[in-house]
Design a protein around this ligand. Sequence first.
Ligand SMILES: NC(=O)C1=CN([C@@H]2O[C@H](COP(=O)(O)OP(=O)(O)OC[C@H]3O[C@@H](n4cnc5c(N)ncnc54)[C@H](O)[C@@H]3O)[C@@H](O)[C@H]2O)C=CC1
Ligand SMILES: Nc1nc(O)c(N)c(N[C@@H]2O[C@H](COP(=O)(O)O)[C@@H](O)[C@H]2O)n1
Length: 208
Amino acid sequence: MTHYLRSKHDAILIGVGTAEADNPSLNCRIAGVGGYGGDGLEGQPRPVVIDPRGRWQFDAESKVFKLAEEGKGKAPWVFTKAPLDVKRARLLQNAGGRNFVTGLEGCPEWRVSWDYVLKVLDAEHIRSVMIEGGGAIINDLLAPENIGLVDVVIVTIAPTWLGKGGVQVCPDERVEQRARLPVARLTNVKWMPLGEDVVLCGSPSRNQ
Ligand SMILES: NC(=O)C1=CN([C@@H]2O[C@H](COP(=O)(O)OP(=O)(O)OC[C@H]3O[C@@H](n4cnc5c(N)ncnc54)[C@H](O)[C@@H]3O)[C@@H](O)[C@H]2O)C=CC1
Ligand SMILES: Nc1nc(O)c(N)c(N[C@@H]2O[C@H](COP(=O)(O)O)[C@@H](O)[C@H]2O)n1
């Protein structure tokens, strides 16, 4: 499911926490897409890493760079507040990736504004973005001020325990006129069994 979804989006976006924790591949590995039997890089999403403070210590051995070199994925676009150091900037450029420097743009140094990121991606002809994670990025996009940017939420439920201290995904509670409001629900919900998993798909409610 994850790889099918990756093939259907122009970009796949993660936060630096995920880049550092997982060394992810961020490509699509379904037979028939570019690099896996298909032409060029057709069906491969553009990896986008949100890294305001330039924490991601990537090098040529990072999976996403290896795959780009092998023609099995696109090189990443990295959003930072200040330019990356020369070594990382050169590696990124040589691989075909880019460093978008947002500047301070009026928000705390640890975060970027979605308005800025989405405008840049739109200008670069990215028409659909799959937000893969992690927790902080998803929670921020589920917050009332950002939820309008989200078209669809897809949750895969797998029969496995994730362990203590896992990543918590839940929007902040809403308080209006001192009353606690329920967290917005999804609408147009569909459930689909897929192998051992169940996939839930729904749209954020616009009027809760
Ligand atoms: N099960 C799943 O489907 C997935 C799980 N994960 C897991 O999530 C974990 C990483 O999650 P987190 O540590 O929460 O890191 P994260 O990947 O959400 O990145 C958080 C970082 O993004 C930056 N950031 C920039 N703009 C931001 C904004 N507007 N809002 C929030 N953060 C912003 C912050 O500097 C922050 O440190 C990993 O353990 C990874 O395995 C990640 C992806 C998918
Ligand atoms: N286990 C799992 N299931 C999903 O449905 C997911 N979207 C993820 N997400 C993230 O996938 C990354 C590893 O995959 P690649 O190496 O990029 O193929 C990693 O960041 C997971 O946290 N995980």
